[in-house]
Design a protein around this ligand. Structure first.
Ligand code: MLT
Length: 318
């Protein structure tokens, strides 16, 4: 029997699976001393101090994709395996990113705010079609490819920057891979972010890159420039994005993720052409069930002596 802490919530059925397999599960924020495994989402920060304070920990299960809230070096040095559930939320994030793209092009959030405040802005809120525009992806992994499939069906031209992706994968998806990230900004009126937050990608979207965006679609329509991020806070420099909204270089900016979360006093939230969601990319019934099931199976297998498939720090296995 292992002692498992679940600090940021988990689907009920997944918790039941762990208990039925004979494990003890503690829900909620707890001191991790004495636990064998911890399941976290993005709210819990597994810093080097948190890891040092949990000497019996063998496994950190990240119920989701991003592991930027885990000090991977500290975990590796302590011999703790870090595993995530990389594919379980893909479709949910794809659909949210598309929702933001559609909302941006047709001013859906602004229209809703106007309507609620008694303003019939039918004559003002002229949108543009996604069809015939260039969509630029920063990062072209699973989620971006899912967005690309649907955006391609809308008639968008697909461009991507992803230095880690073999070009044939992009080609197979009908997407042109660029070696220089600036070329994606130069060509595309719509940009969607799908990379990890790393030292390389921190503030990659800033006043310089935003200034390159053309404002005119591949079809010749003056559609303005639109930015969507459902990836990680910190990739978009929010101050620069706000300035670009203010000076008109950005027609819209839609964020699901913020450099500081929860985003409360962030001035970008007040701009009319901004709309956002509170980091809900993976917050669907389906994704949470898949994530919980995958994580519970992984933990049960691990304490039965199996090696999990989705190990982030493989060095620990050597
Ligand atoms: C993830 O990395 O899986 C998502 O951002 C979802 C989350 O952390 O809640």
């Amino acid at each position: 029997m292992a002692r498992i802490a679940v600090t940021d919530g988990m689907a009920d059925d997944a918790v039941s699976m762990l208990i039925e397999a004979g494990h003890e599960v503690d829900m909620g924020p707890v001191q991790l001393d004495g636990f064998d495994a911890v399941v976290i989402r993005s709210a819990t920060k597994m810093t080097s101090q948190a890891i040092a304070a949990a000497p019996s920990l063998q496994l950190i299960g990240r119920a989701g994709v991003g592991v930027d809230n885990i000090d991977l070096n500290a975990a590796t040095n302590a011999g703790i395996l870090v595993c995530n559930t990389p594919g379980s939320s893909t479709q949910s994030v794809v659909e949210l990113a598309l929702g933001h793209l559609l909302a941006s092009a047709r001013h859906i959030a602004t229209a809703d705010r106007d309507l609620r405040s008694g303003n019939w802005t039918k004559k003002i809120l002229k949108g543009t079609e996604l069809s015939g525009k260039r969509l630029g992806f920063i990062g072209f992994g699973r989620i971006a490819q899912g967005v690309g499939k649907i955006a391609g069906a809308f008639g968008m031209e697909l461009h991507a920057f992803d230095p880690y992706l073999p070009s044939h994968i992009a080609e197979e998806q009908g997407c042109l891979l660029h070696e220089d990230v600036n070329d994606v900004f130069r060509l595309c009126t719509h940009i969607t972010i799908h990379c990890n937050l790393t030292d390389e990608t921190h503030h990659l979207v800033n006043s310089d890159t935003l200034a390159l965006m053309p404002g005119i679609g591949a079809d010749g329509t003056t559609c303005g420039n639109h930015l969507v991020s459902c990836a990680r806070g910190g990739i978009v420099n929010e101050q620069d994005a706000l300035e670009a909204l203010e000076n008109g270089q950005l027609t819209s900016c839609a964020l699901d993720v913020f450099e500081v979360e929860p985003a409360e006093d962030n001035p970008i939230l007040q701009h009319t052409n901004f709309h956002g969601t509170p980091h809900i990319g993976a917050a669907t019934v389906e994704a949470q069930n898949r994530i919980g099931f995958e994580m519970a199976e992984l933990i049960i297998g691990f304490f039965n002596g199996d090696t999990p498939q989705s190990v982030v720090n493989r060095e620990v296995l050597n």
